[in-house]
Design a protein around this ligand. Structure first.
Ligand SMILES: Nc1ncnc2c1ncn2[C@@H]1O[C@H](COP(=O)(O)OP(=O)(O)OP(=O)(O)O)[C@@H](O)[C@H]1O
Ligand SMILES: CC(=O)N[C@H]1[C@@H]2OC[C@@H](O2)[C@@H](O)[C@@H]1O[C@H](C)C(=O)O
Length: 360
């Protein structure tokens, strides 16, 4: 029986902070199992958030410096956390923070130097999970569907509502997944303008009104017409969505309300397209699952045939860190951890770079 204690590290597009989850992962009778033992979320300082957010505009020299600094910072956070929980950790699996993602140009880059992370934490590190898939002409994203398939197979659909929304499901025996479109990214952009972190439980959005004109513009964005596999991110948001927000004359509450409607319409459209006729189960995770108005609107748009499951707050917040921990295990066991059926790559891959700590 293989059994590992893995510290999964994830920094998502919402730029809230670093999610750390110490996970026990084991395989029994051919099935993978997990338990999340300890979690910690370290918020970014405003300075760190700005550095990560603007990484895309940095010169090569400054980008390299950030990659190194962030790798050391990740190592320090991991080391402190392991000490706090007196944890037994076999290795660290780190997603890092995506600074560039243009798979069509063969580019994806996650900040957080693996060697420096290993040296600072004193632990073996597996990281850089996206590059190999992109080199195989895949999207390099989403990667979490391997975890949906191996750990959450009782659900027909796994929906993640982070900065971006993505979905995964089985179709004709193959796992399919793609980024549907927007989730919290526009919501946070609007609340940040209001001087707020985020719209807790969607209270502001609930009292806004639907703007049909903006909804129509959003629903007709070209990205939604593209066939899967497809992935998107911050670059799309800044180039296509921010100008629509800035050009709009409606109140912030109306903007929040309209974006939630838009997000849910696109999610419902994706689910209905693949649903078949019988009742289906959908697992919703990511911070958006904690937004009550988002969930109410989603249930309304999905209709009675789709049962929406919202798991514990721990799983909502740390599922991605857990899945990167699993991906690290699969990498060390030489097993497939990135699926071509999801990313469109020429083959499945066993992806990730391994770094041993240099303790001299
Ligand atoms: N109680 C809440 N009410 C409303 N929104 C919330 C709540 N809790 C979290 N959120 C939203 O969820 C966001 C964080 O979501 P999450 O941590 O899943 O994103 P991420 O991992 O950074 O994104 P991605 O998966 O796209 O990389 C917050 O920025 C906020 O917008
Ligand atoms: C390139 C990149 O970092 N993509 C992220 C981003 O955030 C959400 C969505 O866009 C998803 O494609 C992906 O992250 C998750 C963890 C994934 O790969 O499954």
């Amino acid at each position: 029986m293989s059994s590992y204690n893995v510290l999964g590290l994830m920094s998502g597009t919402s730029l809230d902070g670093l999610d750390m989850a110490l996970c026990h992962i084991w395989q029994e009778n051919g099935h993978w199992n997990y338990s999340i033992k300890h979690t910690k979320d370290v918020s970014y300082t405003d300075k760190m958030r700005e550095r990560l957010k603007n990484a895309i505009y940095l010169s090569e020299k400054d980008h390299t410096q950030l990659h190194r600094d962030y790798g050391i910072w990740l190592g320090e956070q991991a080391k402190t956390f392991i000490k706090e929980i007196d944890g037994d950790v076999d290795f660290i699996a780190s997603h890092g923070h995506t600074s560039h993602h243009r798979p069509h140009d063969g580019i994806t880059f996650q900040l957080g130097d693996g060697q420096l992370l290993a040296n600072t934490s004193g632990k073996k590190v597996v990281c850089d999970f996206r590059a190999k898939d992109v080199s195989l002409k895949g999207q390099g994203a989403p990667l979490v569907p391997i975890g949906d398939k191996l750990l959450f197979h009782e659900y027909d659909f796994c929906l993640n509502l982070g900065g971006i929304s993505n979905i995964s499901f089985d179709k004709n025996g193959e796992r399919i997944a793609y980024d549907i479109g927007l989730a919290n990214m526009p919501l946070n952009y609007i609340t940040h303008k209001m001087g707020l972190g985020y719209d807790e439980n969607g209270k502001l959005a609930r009292y806004g009104k639907l703007d049909h004109d903006l909804l129509k513009k959003l629903n007709s964005l070209e990205y939604y017409q593209l066939p899967y596999p497809k992935s998107t991110g911050y670059e799309w948001f800044t180039s296509k969505i921010v100008p629509l927000i800035e050009a709009s004359k409606i109140s912030n509450e109306d903007l929040l309300h309209t974006f939630i409607h838009h997000n849910c319409e696109q999610i419902a459209f994706a689910v209905h397209k693949h649903q078949g006729k019988s009742k289906r189960k959908l697992l919703a995770t990511g911070g958006g699952a904690l937004n009550q108005f988002f969930m109410d609107t989603l249930r309304e748009k999905l209709g009675p045939n789709i049962e929406v499951f919202i798991p514990s707050k721990t799983l909502i917040a740390y599922k991605e860190a857990l899945v990167f921990a699993l991906m690290g295990v699969l990498r060390l066991e030489g097993k497939t951890n990135v699926l071509r059926s999801v990313t469109g790559a020429t083959s499945d891959s066993c992806s990730g770079e391994v770094f041993l700590p240099n303790l001299d």
